[in-house]
Unconditional design. Structure first.
Length: 69
């Protein structure tokens, strides 16, 4: 309930100043993403490294299974 009241208050204040709430919110989302871009890049690199390791492990298992045949 309090969050709804706060959102409505901000939306009304923005409207009174000729601004759109959704546009304002979008700008804040973009700013937060930009401020945390390093974290996003680290997460993507960690995901890529994990994905590469899984592929390499899978290839190693396939090779060992083929050599056992």
């Amino acid at each position: 309930r309090e969050l709804k009241k706060e959102k409505d208050m901000v939306a009304n204040l923005l409207r009174a100043n000729g601004q759109d709430y959704n546009h304002w919110l979008h700008l804040h989302h973009q700013k937060y993403i930009e401020e945390n871009q390093d974290l996003v890049m680290k997460a993507l690199q960690a995901y890529k490294a994990t994905s590469t390791e899984v592929k390499e492990d899978s290839k190693a298992n396939e090779s060992s299974q083929l050599s056992n045949v």
